[in-house]
Design a protein around this ligand. Structure first.
Ligand code: PLP
Length: 390
């Protein structure tokens, strides 16, 4: 950290991720495979570091959202574990998918045709997982209601296309992580449609898929009937949210900053842009080098508290691009240079997410590239990383 001028950083606790991985493995049992979702730089935790760890721990699969994310893994030595691209890849890239042993989701007939043609032209075989839309209404072969027959037909057709090897089939749940009977009914309906489609396709083809998977975080914890051949959690692995709490998992990221400067203002002093906060008494105000360009949502202005060694310190006034102000009155142990926890084990990210009207996913993804990353393994900082173009 000494090498950077800014004094805000994110710690990814790889020990916590290992702990979570093992706990999830225990929960799903020995017969279910594990795919770790590492898209979006592993939800901001460092895709390379998390993927290396998962490969080392014996995870079965990784998933990313794009070919760029997949290539990042492959070009950095993560070659001993299959990688699935959940999103679309342009057909011009099929040669590279084959060359680097990357599995592609196939979401509709036109993509299947494109991929088949491109793979055949490249003289290779593209490994694919068929995506079924069972009610998420995003990507996937539509199979609901009147679309059932054409959906099943289309999937069978893709499985028989030259140049394609349909290793797996998957679907995605829309509300499996939400409480209540409605969510349960919807999820079980999605699951039933998914397993019906698989049965119909397998009967028609006279062979079965090696990997049938649908369980995201919510389903991995709450729907044992949805585990199938492989689970596909993201958030759970990183240890956030109620499902992680249910399994006793640990949050993997801690965002820390330090106090840059402290000034004491008289009562009646307006703080920051727009003057939305005015001191009521003599106020000892600290400046933190942490602003919305680091991922501190401006909508949280005047509403969030960071954690100091002497308890929570309320943030005051508008959050700026590079800085924010916090009230350190009566926190005399907190001085210039003192460490502050923005979120982490002592200041749960779930609370910040709720205040910001969002979910923990968005907050860890929002930690920007100028925030240096520290990686902790076996209790020690093993790697420091700055994502700026140096
Ligand atoms: C992101 C994603 C996941 C992981 O979701 P979590 O809620 O983080 O467990 C699983 N499957 C697909 C298709 C996804 O896009």
């Amino acid at each position: 950290m000494e090498s950077t001028l800014r004094r805000t950083w994110a710690e990814t606790d790889l020990d916590a991720i290992e702990f979570n991985y093992k706990k999830i493995r225990e929960h799903i049992g020995p017969d279910v495979k594990f795919l770790g979702v590492v898209k979006a730089d592993a939800y901001g935790h460092g895709a390379l570091q998390v993927s290396r760890l998962l490969e080392e721990l014996g995870a079965d699969y990784l998933a990313v959202s794009s070919i760029d994310e997949a290539m990042e893994l492959r070009l950095n030595g993560i070659t001993g574990i299959p990688v699935l691209i959940l999103g679309h890849t342009p057909k011009e890239q099929v040669g590279r998918l084959i060359e680097y042993n990357i599995t592609q989701a196939v979401t509709c007939r036109s993509k299947a045709v494109e991929y088949s043609e491109a793979a055949t032209a490249a003289g290779g075989t593209l490994k694919i997982h068929i995506k079924v839309d069972t009610g998420m209404s995003r990507l996937g072969y539509l199979c609901e209601g009147r679309h059932y027959e054409t959906g099943v037909e289309g999937i069978c057709e893709a499985c028989n296309m030259p140049g394609l090897d349909a290793e797996g089939i998957f679907t995605h749940f829309a509300v499996s992580d939400e409480p209540g009977e409605d969510a349960k009914e919807y999820t079980l309906k999605q699951l039933k449609l998914f397993t019906d489609v698989i049965a119909a396709v397998e009967a028609k083809l006279g062979r079965s898929f090696k990997l049938r998977h649908c369980a995201n975080t919510g389903a991995t914890v709450c729907y044992p009937e949805a585990l199938l051949d492989m689970v596909r959690p993201g958030l759970l692995l990183y240890g956030y949210g109620e499902h992680a709490a249910q399994l006793g998992l640990k949050p993997a990221m801690t965002l820390k900053t330090t106090v840059s400067t402290i000034k004491t203002y008289d009562p009646g002093t307006r703080i920051s842009y727009g003057g939305i906060y005015t001191t009521e008494k003599r106020t000892r105000m600290g400046v933190l080098p942490y602003g919305y360009a680091d991922g501190f949502f401006r909508s949280l202005s005047n509403r969030y508290s960071v954690m100091t060694v002497e308890g929570p310190a309320p943030q005051r006034g508008k959050i700026c691009m590079d800085m924010c102000m916090v009230d350190l009155t009566d926190k005399m142990k907190v001085d210039v240079g003192s460490e502050i926890e923005v979120f982490g084990p002592h200041n749960p990210i779930e609370k910040m997410a709720e205040l910001a009207g969002t979910i923990p996913y968005e907050l860890t993804c929002a930690v920007s590239k100028r925030v240096p990353r520290l990686y902790i393994r076996h209790g020690k900082v093993t790697e420091k990383e700055l994502l700026l173009r140096m």
